[in-house]
Design a protein. Structure first.
Length: 280
């Protein structure tokens, strides 16, 4: 009888031991699996860039990539951080801004691909229709020179101004305006992120604001903008990387997921035309 009881106890202990070993092995394998994740640190503006990256995080983790999103509130530090190896990529700027920044700072960067376009539009609290714009009206824009050509193109398409012949619209400045029938006054000394405050304070007849900023105001370029840029805008927001990293597997996988139909459909549905996905 004693031997039988002892045998039962021994079998029970062995069973517990085997279960414990199995659990330890499973835990170890799980930990090892997690440790194999490749970390990709990417700097991004909060809206919509960081939101889009948060959306693709789970899918990237399935592919072995742990996405670490570093938020930036300005347009200078993300490129500096990339140049100084503090981050692996950034996602905050459109192509003309990228080109200008690379040229001025001699950055050795590459464009890994576009993700979305934020429609630029001119808004007004005091005007119901662009036909109500009076002579001598004020147009307020950001101090980001990379956006000036974009805004001037919108005004040109509306026949409010005319640019010098032969001027590249992407690099046009206010000095390139040769015809201004309404004698519009241009103010371009405001930081981009402060334009929504200027709109709320009704500081000008027309205020040019990018779609990523008006989202928080509940405005839509298509529905609320008095003037809106055309859908074939060349101002796609891109993922930028150091040139040496452009062909890294994790960068290619990031772009593949960002360009997937699921991600692009999600962007279109979430922002209802304020943010438009691109796949190149």
């Amino acid at each position: 009888m004693k031997r039988k009881v002892f045998g039962i106890i021994l079998c029970t202990l062995l069973g517990v031991s085997l279960v414990a070993c199995g659990a330890q092995k499973e835990s170890k394998e799980s930990t090892e699996g997690k440790s194999k994740l490749t970390e990709l640190k990417i700097g991004a503006s909060p809206t919509p860039h960081a939101e889009i990256l948060e959306h693709v995080k789970p899918e990237l983790e399935k592919e072995g990539i742990k996405l670490d999103i570093v938020p930036f509130e300005d347009y200078i530090m993300p490129n500096k951080a990339l140049a100084e190896n503090e981050i692996d990529a950034n996602y905050f700027q459109h192509i003309p801004f990228f080109d200008k920044s690379v040229k001025e700072n001699d950055y050795d960067f590459a464009n890994a691909g576009g993700v979305h376009i934020e429609l630029m539009a001119l808004y007004s609290k005091r005007l119901k229709n662009i036909a109500d714009l009076k002579k001598g009206g004020t147009v307020l824009t950001s101090n980001s020179e990379a956006d000036w050509g974009r805004i001037l193109t919108i005004l040109t398409d509306a026949k409010l101004i005319k640019l010098k012949d032969g001027v590249d619209p992407l690099t046009a400045t206010f000095e390139d305006v040769v015809s201004n029938p309404k004698q519009l006054k241009f103010k371009h000394d405001v930081n981009p992120e402060l334009l929504t405050t200027a709109y709320n304070n009704d500081e000008a007849d027309l205020i040019a604001i990018n779609a990523n900023f008006v989202t928080d105001l509940g405005l839509s370029p298509v529905e609320d903008g008095l003037l809106v840029e055309k859908n074939n805008s060349p101002y796609a927001n891109i993922v930028a990387v150091r040139s040496e990293d452009k062909n890294k597997a994790e960068i290619k996988k990031l772009m593949e997921v960002l360009h997937s139909k699921e991600t692009q459909d999600w962007i279109s549905k979430k922002w209802q035309g304020r943010i438009t996905p691109v796949s190149k």
